[in-house]
Ligand binder design. Structure first.
Ligand code: AMP
Ligand code: MG
Length: 180
């Protein structure tokens, strides 16, 4: 499939989580996908979007609700993981475009969950790990978290940390600052 280089699709995901390992029979599942496309020619972010997904094999623990600021009621109104993958492909052309996320978690979680749900991986081969890129850009001896990267770049933190829509937006700002 020919690659489209007009946008970079920045993505962050939140997943069900617990203080330790999941309760018996439950699995970590994506509950929010934050999407923030970057217009490459203009060097700016486009409108961000929040996709809420209803988990099928787990529920929102109190710990996870506190971390992500999400509620089980919100999740109950969400779409399925399969529908979310279709949306990414149709609306954001994620099979043709390069996508970006902060660290390996988001990419690994998509791979794990696609396998688990027998859903096709919604992305093409090109992925930018912004955490890794940032460490090279700043010649750091080790990778740092998103909040630290914002601080190093003197960028304000916007919105709520651990809300995927806001995390994607902030990662978009980091990527813009180091690429443009
Ligand atoms: P983030 O993009 O940093 O908001 O984290 C993505 C996901 O990683 C969260 O939705 C959780 O599933 C998991 N996670 C992040 N931080 C923690 C933590 N302190 N304890 C347990 N899980 C976490
Ligand atoms: Mg996040």
């Amino acid at each position: 499939m020919a690659k489209k280089l007009d946008q970079i699709i920045v993505i962050d995901v939140e997943a069900t989580c617990w203080e330790g390992s999941p309760p018996k029979g439950e699995e970590a599942e994506i509950i929010e996908i934050g999407v923030c496309p970057i217009d490459v020619a203009k060097g700016r972010k486009l409108e961000k979007e929040c996709i809420i997904i209803k988990p099928e094999l787990s529920s929102l623990s109190e710990f996870c609700a506190r971390l992500t600021h999400l509620t089980q009621e919100q999740l109950n109104k969400g779409i399925s993981f399969k529908e979310a993958c279709s949306l990414l492909k149709k609306k954001y052309l994620t099979e043709k475009r390069t996508w970006a996320s902060y660290g390996d978690f988001d990419r690994n979680q998509f791979h794990r969950q696609c396998e688990l749900f027998k859903v096709g991986y919604p992305f093409g081969p090109s992925h930018i790990n912004v955490k890794n890129l940032f460490a090279f850009n700043k010649k750091l001896s080790q990778e740092v978290g998103m909040m630290k990267a914002l601080e190093i770049l003197n960028l304000p933190h916007e919105g709520l940390h651990h809300r995927a829509i806001d995390d994607a937006w902030n990662v978009g700002n980091i990527l813009l600052k180091i690429l443009w």
